[in-house]
Design a protein around this ligand. Structure first.
Ligand SMILES: Nc1ncnc2c1ncn2[C@@H]1O[C@H](COP(=O)(O)OP(=O)(O)OP(=O)(O)O)[C@@H](O)[C@H]1O
Length: 288
């Protein structure tokens, strides 16, 4: 983990814990997010992802440990930080009777963002055609784009997204992904929570796999998968339709060469771990 003094370090989380009543829902969480990076907090429902975001945005105080966001200790965060961060949770906070444009104009005034930035932003997120529509009449995907637009209108340094593509169709999710990668390129630091391991693998520079409040793996998606690539396996489908998963060893080599000799192999692949299979291996739990 990098030192606290790094100028590009926008978020640092150190031994963070949170207790509700008697139960710890976060236990000794450590992570770092630098400028121009995407950090993913991944875990099943109840793992503590939203609680982490709430602590980092000043909505909850931790029980112990520390976190800094843009150099401000999480216990001292107040509304002033909202000039420098954007938050996407759900669509609450959008005024449904106001038009798309008026919603953004309202937030631009609130956050001192230039009104002239609204139209280019609407074009960028594909909502320009819908700018006069009441927000309440947007589709789910359009609403999600509006919520992201509202969160980035004032060009924050850090963007928090709590499951930004949950429930979206694949093409809308893809548009959100493209937008996030563009924002990252522009230097924004993005803190993302998701259940979706494919999304995390594609977008995140680093991921924290969170289970019951504990980070069970932390690193780049590649590092984590490589670390768990010790037991090598092959997946073979034969021409008779049967499927076989075989450990890489002498017996398998002999079996595969026999099947090759008999022209019985339809497909053959090596089984590299994914974040999904790593999570299952480490926790014994599916991510759904
Ligand atoms: N205000 C609260 N009081 C008591 N318990 C809470 C409170 N907020 C959250 N919890 C509990 O803390 C645990 C973690 O909740 P959190 O919302 O952080 O999970 P999550 O990983 O974001 O889940 P999901 O993917 O379902 O959003 C859950 O067991 C939840 O019931």
């Amino acid at each position: 983990m990098k030192s606290k003094t790094s100028s590009a370090e926008y978020i640092s989380i150190s031994h963070l814990s949170k207790k509700f009543d008697k139960d710890f829902v976060l236990k000794d969480v450590n992570a770092v997010l630098n400028k121009g990076e995407i950090l993913g907090f991944l875990g099943p429902s109840g793992a503590g992802k939203t609680t982490t975001i709430k602590i980092l945005t000043g909505q909850l105080r931790p029980t112990s440990g520390d976190a800094e966001v843009l150099g401000i200790n999480c216990r001292k965060i107040d509304e002033l930080i909202y000039e420098q961060i954007g938050i996407v949770t759900d669509s609450s906070g959008v005024y449904e009777r106001m038009s798309v444009y008026d919603n953004l104009r309202y937030f631009a005034r609130l956050l001192n963002a230039p009104i002239a930035d609204i139209d280019p932003l609407l074009k960028r997120i594909g909502l320009y055609e819908h700018r006069k529509k009441p927000a309440g009449k947007l589709s789910k995907g359009q609403m999600q784009r509006l919520v992201v637009a509202r969160a980035i209108l004032h060009r924050p340094k850090v963007l928090f997204l709590d499951e930004p593509t949950s429930g979206l169709d694949p093409s809308t999710a893809l548009e959100i992904h493209r937008m996030l990668l563009d924002l990252k390129e522009e230097g924004m630091a993005i803190f993302l929570t998701t259940h979706n391991m494919e999304e995390a693998t594609k977008l995140c520079d680093h991921v924290a796999l969170l289970n019951e409040g504990i980070i069970v793996e932390y690193g780049t998606p590649e590092e984590i998968c490589l670390k768990h690539n010790k037991v090598k396996k092959y997946r073979v489908q034969l021409t008779d339709g049967t499927k076989h998963v075989l450990l890489q060893n002498q017996d398998t080599a002999e079996k595969i060469s026999q099947w090759l000799y008999e022209s019985r192999i339809e497909t053959i692949h090596s089984c590299e771990p994914t974040l999904e299979t790593v999570f299952l291996e480490v926790t014994g739990r599916e991510l759904k």
